[in-house]
Design a protein around this ligand. Structure first.
Ligand code: ABU
Length: 475
């Protein structure tokens, strides 16, 4: 029997169907609200204007992001892509950065060229529905001046095997964002209603009582001292999660506790997907965690003779305790190369690590941002075919290549990639009163360009000694 129109168990199975976000003309800057405080990255601009929360984004920003999103669709739809070879990238380091994006093949490459043609499967692309995001939205007891945009369907929707799951979200301004994908989700379900499930997680109230007042005012010292508590802007009164905090590895899914996903949200996922093993993940050095796809990115599974690979963010190393399962099952972590630039566009609310926000087309081929030469080299050395696309104009719209997509169908199965798991494995996070305090991370290999945000011994984190050392160093 052919597989269903909705099927995705991993991050790397051959990508067959994808939804790509849209930079709608009435996209807005995120309004301030209890789950969100924004700041302008450019200090001069920040002195001149306040955060334009709720205002429509500039038509120039919309135009540029629209062109880059359309180009991504064209590349995904293409069956042959001419990719820059490693040798030509090395030469090109001396040239303008914008000369190296992959081209959709229109004619055979020059015989003298060392560029290569990648024959890829066509990925069928759909787009989110155009929406007016500029209208005020309200619920009982709350109101925000505008919504946001639908450039990042990854945040609201996830395919979990044969199930389309619409996330709760945690920001009021993003409460109705799923509607930009709703028509598509319904049509996927209607094509195969016996096999496809389309479900939504419990919609949160979005009342003030869901949020931790004061989170945005904590000083850096306070954040370090509270690191062990993993408490962010949403409290545990209602389950919340963003779909982008989840990463799929066959029978196991890994969910980051973050500003956008709480323990209750992870518990809801665990009880709602009993055929999957749900594992919380914590990255203590990320003081503002939101979405796992710039932190921990599974690239390919273990095969006979070669370990599975996960790209990790060297500023946000995973815990030793949560890494042990991976190492025991023949997975290797690779530090991501540093971003090509630490500069962020003025209105971007994401980190420079959007550099690692890649999309896998298969376990051999990935799409990355065209400026990310350090990452290009790393992945090339790991034998990936690398398709490059321009995507920096999306940074102002909350994401990059992984964020702006929702993979609906991959050629993969619910395989067990963690056979060496204790027979008695129980989801500890389901126990009443569950509280997690571990902050012991794996070592970060500086040879890979990695850097640890906090160079002080981890044993001091969350203690008076740690706070004192921070104050002494003026950080
Ligand atoms: N939406 C992904 C952003 C993650 C980050 O800022 O690192």
């Amino acid at each position: 029997m052919p597989s269903s129109v909705v099927n995705a168990w991993t991050q790397w199975g051959r990508l067959e169907t994808v939804v790509v976000g849209r930079a709608d003309p009435l996209s807005c800057h995120l309004p301030s609200e209890p789950a969100n405080e924004c700041e302008i990255n450019d200090p001069d601009l920040a002195r001149a204007i306040a955060w334009p929360g709720g205002c429509v984004k500039s038509s120039h920003a919309v135009k540029m992001a629209t062109a880059q999103l359309q180009n991504l669709c064209d590349v995904l739809e293409a069956e042959h892509v001419e990719i820059t070879s490693k040798r030509s990238v090395d030469t090109e380091l001396k040239r303008e950065m914008d000369k190296k994006c992959s081209l959709i093949l229109q004619h055979p490459p020059d015989a003298q060229s060392d560029q290569r043609v990648v024959t890829k499967h066509r990925t069928v692309t759909f787009r989110t529905e155009e929406t007016d995001w500029s209208q005020r939205v309200s619920g009982p007891g709350w109101s925000v001046p505008s919504q946001y945009c639908a450039t990042c369907p990854r945040d609201t929707m996830i395919t979990m095997g044969d199930t389309i799951l619409s996330a709760t979200m945690s920001k009021r301004s993003r409460y109705f964002e799923y509607l930009a994908c709703h028509g598509l989700a319904l049509s996927f379900w209607r094509q195969d209603p016996c096999r496809v499930r389309y479900i939504a997680a419990p919609k949160p109230s979005m009342k003030d009582s869901m949020y931790s007042p004061g989170f945005w005012n904590w000083t850096k010292e306070e954040r370090f001292s509270r690191m062990r508590d993993y408490m962010f802007c949403v409290n545990e009164s209602e389950p919340v999660f963003d779909a982008a905090d989840i990463t799929r590895v066959g029978r196991d899914i890994f969910v980051q506790k973050s500003m956008t996903t709480n323990d209750s949200g992870i518990q809801w996922l665990t009880s709602s997907f009993p055929h999957l093993r749900v594992h919380p993940m914590h990255f203590p050095y990320d003081m503002h965690p939101s979405h796992i796809d710039c932190t921990f990115v599974p690239l390919r599974p273990p095969t006979a003779g070669s370990p599975g690979l996960v790209l990790i963010n060297p500023e946000r190393p995973p815990l030793q305790s949560e890494s042990a399962l991976w190492f025991r099952n023949d997975w290797k972590f690779v530090n991501c190369a540093n971003p090509a630039t630490w500069d962020r566009p003025a209105f971007s609310q994401s980190s420079a690590w959007l550099s690692m926000n890649l999309l896998s087309l298969s376990e051999k081929c990935v799409v990355i941002e065209e400026n990310e030469l350090p990452l290009f080299h790393l992945l090339s050395d790991l034998d990936f075919d690398i398709v490059t696309v321009p995507m920096r104009h999306m940074f102002d719209f909350g994401g990059a290549i992984h964020c702006c997509t929702w993979d609906v169908k991959r050629d993969d199965t619910c395989k067990d990639y963690f056979p060496d798991i204790a027979d008695s494995w129980q989801p500890a996070h389901m126990e009443p009163g569950y509280a997690f305090h571990d902050v012991d991370v794996i070592g970060v290999n500086l040879d890979h360009g990695g850097k640890l945000l906090n160079p002080v011994p981890i044993s001091a984190v969350g203690t008076a000694a740690r706070v004192a050392s921070l104050s002494a160093s003026g950080r």
